[in-house]
Write a protein that binds this ligand. Sequence first.
Ligand code: GTP
Ligand code: MG
Length: 427
Amino acid sequence: MQLEKDLDQKGEKQKEENTRCLNMLGHFGFECLPHQLVNRSLQRGFSFNILCVGETGIGKSTLIDTLFNTNFKDNKSSHFYSNVGLKIQTYELLESNVQLKLTIVKTMGYGDQINKEASYQPIVDYIDAQFEAYLQEELKIKRSFSEYHDSRIHVCLYFISPTGHSLKSLDLLTMKSIHNKVNIIPLIAKADTISKNDLQMFKSKIMRELVSNGIHLYQCPIDDETTAQMNSAMNGLLPFAVVGSMDEVKVGKRMVRGRQYPWGVLQVENENHCDFVKLRDMLLCTNMEDLKEQTHTRHYEHYRCSKLLTMGFTDVGPDNQPVSFQEIYEAKRQEFYDQCQMEEEELKQRFMQRVKEKETAFKEAEKELQDKFEHLKKVQQEETMKLEEERKQLEEEIIGFYKMKTSSETLPAQLCTNLKKDKDRKK
Ligand code: GTP
Ligand code: MG
């Protein structure tokens, strides 16, 4: 600033002295900062990730081709998928020295199942998985964001069927489950199939339904003076009524992109015919950077916060004082250690209890066995005594028997002797 002032004063002096004045050709000082940023961005290239959600055959591929004026050669999907799937394709585009790495994610089989309850889940899972991958990269010790391909979804183009009635419950369910994760821009697909009056009524009806269901859409920023007017006009046009076509049709002497009908031509790039140009301007010319910023500062931040909170990290402690990462780590480690100790103690108690129970059971069984043994011993002793008595009795009987036997053997001889004695006496 001081330099500029000095130069001005010098110039004035030179003029006064009527000397030749040299104008500066290049930029000097910090006014060059924007040029540095532009050059660096041009060298690195840009990336943009679009998610297209819409029923099979609703015109997703045609619209993307029309937006980038490129035939991405996408195959048609089948109507017979049992679950909703996602097709992810990445392209490297180049336009006037500007490189763009474009990732397009499209739904397959969306709205084709009889039970549509879980149709939005693969979409939610995919968005979360990209946030998780980025978070993991952030948490790495050795980070390499310069080579990292940021696959977080920057915008979701939600294709609404041009029924002219209202949103389907699947539309509301899906938008409700992703509106806090991604910038949603609703589109009325194949808007050439609906009359001008019906289209206005349909647009208002859709907006009323979205508001009453608490669904947040992407709003173009209106805080920048240069784009405020254009952006507020764009916000007023939501949902964009779009028509896609890569066909070149002759209108007067010009060839334009459009759809030829028996009654005339619908020009895709004619703002009186549809909102295609507005959508393209919004996505590619005015708000691409804001969409990326919103993705990072709002949606990713929301994911990161809730993820870290569920992992037990906080910014403040129980006393509402700020706590550092180190303190949280230490507290968590202590908590884990305490829990381990507690579980160990519990296990020990349980083990002791089991041992006690087993010991009492063993003691009882031992006592029972002892009693049984005592009883059997007693019975055996009684039996032995009985047998002993019987044995004594038998022995006595045997002795008696032998006595009787001997006496019976000696009795006849005795009788003869007595008889002889009697005979002798008589003589
Ligand atoms: P899948 O990938 O198979 O789910 O289909 P898609 O959603 O990509 O639809 P696609 O772009 O292949 O278009 C399906 C048909 O609709 C084609 O015949 C297109 O010509 C036609 N179509 C695409 N956009 C429009 C449009 O804006 N208006 C009208 N009337 N027809 C369109
Ligand atoms: Mg397609």
